[in-house]
Design a protein around this ligand. Structure first.
Ligand SMILES: Cc1cc2nc3c(=O)[nH]c(=O)nc-3n(C[C@H](O)[C@H](O)[C@H](O)COP(=O)(O)OP(=O)(O)OC[C@H]3O[C@@H](n4cnc5c(N)ncnc54)[C@H](O)[C@@H]3O)c2cc1C
Length: 398
């Protein structure tokens, strides 16, 4: 692989989709960063999460800059764009097939996408088992990084790609994640076509939303045939720990969750009743909408570290990847002035994120609401009308 040692020395903390896209795009331009990842090894965390729809102008654009479009298209699932919306009685309100969207936002499993990025990197790039604990600013914008294994490194440019609870973020802002008012319980059904064919048929090839009463049952089909279900409840912060749901006794935990859906259609609540024994509590957090910070020499952020938002805009992974690609292009486009490159990157990133962060909060409030199903149906109709109008006037769909 024909990469050169990076000058300046670039340290990326965090090997999620954003950090990996940054590393790969730098590598394409002949720069070899060091990426420090807390996980002990590539396969330390089995199951990397659910399916992601990659937008043409953000996630897919990042992959184009990273030279990985062919690999993405080979693994993408356009049929995963299929969509069904029902109310709590199971009454169908809206439905779309995967074909309705072309290749605008094809789905790909997070694990498959991560594999594409990891396989594309010079193996020397990632230093596994390097959990950042402390950063010490040095002169000239350089930083000293300290890791839990007792080692330390210095760098000229530090990029925090370390997710929601970033250890790099405090160098730039005091902001911390806030609770969004909604918590998820993640459930699943393995090999659903075989083990639960009726539920597999109900969910289809894409996403399914049953909404109402400030709650939601939101399964999605993954590439390995699994149905991954997010059960959303509007509950106080810390409810997931104070509710008494015994996560280590799955049958009792399922019964406790089902008690929140007693008057819902049984064919929908079967997604909880027949889920397997992995039950993961996930509070939904966000950083303050519109968060910015004064550009600071030698350090920046990308992805969730910069702009954690609720998943209700389907934007977080797409934005993390686009941040990574654009930061790499800014750095390689301005080798003589990395500070100017970071400033230009941050300006564009902040401007891009604001409307999506607002949308993520708005969609959460609209969908996890007393009449979430009909509100979501109206939102879909609004998007469809806007797309039709844009088609008529020749504007790109937003
Ligand atoms: C339930 C749910 C569903 C979602 N669905 C979608 C969707 O459909 N579409 C979409 O676009 N987005 C979605 N998102 C959002 C998306 O998952 C995130 O926005 C995205 O993963 C952010 O990527 P990242 O690289 O910034 O951070 P992360 O993926 O969080 O990666 C951070 C990395 O940093 C490492 N790390 C953390 N701390 C340290 C440390 N101290 N030292 C070293 N390494 C460290 C971690 O191990 C990890 O590998 C969803 C989120 C959730 C919770």
């Amino acid at each position: 692989m024909n990469t050169i040692a990076s000058t300046p020395r670039i340290a990326i903390v965090g090997g999620g989709l954003g950090g990996l896209t940054l590393a790969r795009t730098l590598q394409v331009h002949g720069i070899a960063p060091a990426l420090y990842e807390a996980d002990a090894a590539r396969d330390a965390r089995p199951g990397q999460g659910g399916t992601l729809d990659l937008d043409l102008e953000s996630g897919q654009r990042a992959l184009r800059e990273a030279g990985l479009t062919q690999e993405f298209l080979a693994a993408a699932r356009p049929e995963g764009q299929a969509f069904k919306l029902v109310d709590k009685h199971g009454t169908p309100l809206r439905e779309m097939t995967g074909q309705d969207h072309g290749m605008e936002r094809p789905e790909i499993d997070r694990g498959a996408l991560r594999d594409i990025l990891l396989d594309s990197l010079d193996p020397r790039t990632i230093r596994w088992g390097k959990k950042l604990t402390k950063t010490v600013p040095l002169t000239g914008g350089r930083h000293e990084l300290h890791f839990t294994d007792g080692t330390s490194e210095t760098c000229d440019l530090l990029v925090g790609a370390d997710g929601a609870w970033s250890r790099v973020r405090p160098l730039l802002t005091d902001a911390t994640p806030q609770y969004n008012g909604v918590s998820f319980l993640e459930l699943g059904i393995t090999d659903a076509d075989r083990t639960q064919p009726a539920l597999a048929e109900l969910v289809g090839h894409g996403s399914f939303y049953a909404l109402g009463d400030d709650k939601g049952i939101m399964p999605q089909r993954n590439g390995d045939g699994r149905i991954r279900t997010y059960v959303a409840l509007r509950v106080p912060e810390n409810w997931l720990t104070t509710s008494g749901i015994p996560y280590d006794r799955p049958a009792e935990a399922r019964a406790a969750i089902l008690a929140h859906f007693e008057d819902w259609a049984p064919e929908v609540t079967d997604l909880i009743r027949y889920s397997d024994d992995t039950i993961l509590p996930r509070p939904i957090m966000r950083l303050p909408v519109g968060l910015t910070w004064p550009t600071t020499p030698g350090v920046t952020l990308l992805g969730d570290a910069a702009h954690l938002m609720s998943p209700f805009a389907g934007a977080g992974a797409n934005l993390a990847m686009l941040d990574g690609a654009e930061l790499a292009l800014a750095i390689t486009g301005s080798p003589e002035d990395p500070a100017a490159a970071v400033e230009a990157y941050e300006k564009v990133m902040h401007d891009r994120v604001l409307p999506l962060a607002e949308m993520a909060s708005h969609h959460l409030d609209l969908m996890i609401a007393p009449d979430g199903a009909h509100q979501m149906a109206a939102m879909i109709d609004g998007f469809a009308a806007m797309a039709a109008e844009n088609r008529d006037t020749g504007q790109p769909a937003s």
